[in-house]
Design a protein around this ligand. Structure first.
Ligand code: ZN
Length: 292
């Protein structure tokens, strides 16, 4: 469920509420969600630890603890983070079985990671071992960092023979885009979701590169503006995702859903036609300098 723009908001809120606080106790509703990469027993080794840093990395959330320990959460499709103030209605409820991890603090709200589908994972590791966490240690370009340049993007997409949507969602290439923002980025770049990467014209790769930070930054701004609790999914402003059967906000054509790989993509058949439409007019390109 949470994608990069959601997680940027979660990161802001958690950092504000919890950074520097000391964990009083930890518990889980389902130990199978936990991946303990340390020898010490859970939850005893978490009590009394200071939560020093909270940082999003791709689709992961990393909680840095004192003593060189860290908690790394991969929320996958259904995981969500919640902050529960003492005295709130949630605080009086029994723990859900889907409670992956709860951390309590003497002087801050309780942090819960809840995952109804139990597809996500909570890793507890020493900092020197965290690189071995699956995917996390191999994340591709950080889309919100200065390292995400046109040249780096060109290198990541060069030689790819898969569909553009699959490439966008490959976390080892780009960190990180999920189903919703893959659709939004393709719509903004006017590229059909089934287009193969090696069929993209240079101008289309330029459009795709430009669309990624634009779509993500706009979404982050909107989610921040709405300032909903962190377990609320704010998606109603999206242009094509979840809007199949409704009119395209640009041209009015009915938005369609199509099977791409193992997921469904939403797109506008008029704004995102199949086949190349941005042909390079070679006659207008400057002549190549020798050796270039
Ligand atoms: Zn359209």
């Amino acid at each position: 469920m949470p994608e990069l723009p959601d997680l940027v908001h979660v990161e802001d809120v958690l950092r504000e509420a919890l950074a520097g606080k000391t964990i009083a106790a930890a518990r889980t509703g389902d130990p199978t969600v936990l991946r303990l990469m340390v020898r010490e027993p859970f939850p005893a080794l978490l009590a009394g630890r200071r939560l020093e840093t909270i940082e999003r990395r791709g689709q992961f959330m990393r909680f840095g603890l004192d003593g060189g320990l860290c908690i790394v959460v991969n929320a996958m499709l259904a995981g969500r983070y919640k902050l529960i103030g003492s005295g709130s209605a949630d605080a009086r409820k029994k723990d859900p079985r889907a409670l992956g991890l709860a951390l309590t603090f003497a002087d801050a709200p309780e942090l819960q990671y809840v995952d109804d589908k139990r597809m996500g994972k909570v890793y507890l590791a020493r900092a020197e071992d965290e690189k071995t966490i699956p995917v996390y240690g191999e994340l591709g370009l950080d889309l919100m960092s200065p390292a995400f340049t046109r040249a780096a993007f060109g290198k990541a997409i060069a030689g790819r023979r898969d569909q553009t949507r699959a490439f966008l969602m490959d976390k080892r290439a780009l960190a990180s885009i999920g189903n919703a923002y893959a659709d939004e980025i393709l719509f903004a770049a006017k590229i059909h979701p089934k287009t193969f990467c090696n069929k993209l014209a240079p101008a289309e790769i330029d459009a795709l590169y430009a669309a990624i930070p634009r779509v993500l930054t706009d979404a982050i701004a909107e989610i921040r503006r709405r300032a909903e609790p962190i377990d609320v999914k704010v998606r109603d402003f999206l242009k094509v995702r979840g809007r199949d059967g409704k009119p395209c906000p640009v041209c009015g054509t009915v938005i369609r859903a199509v099977r791409v790989g193992d997921g469904d993509a939403c797109f506008c058949p008029t704004c995102q036609p199949t086949g190349r439409k941005l042909f390079v007019d070679w006659s207008k390109l400057p002549p190549r300098s020798s050796g270039a």
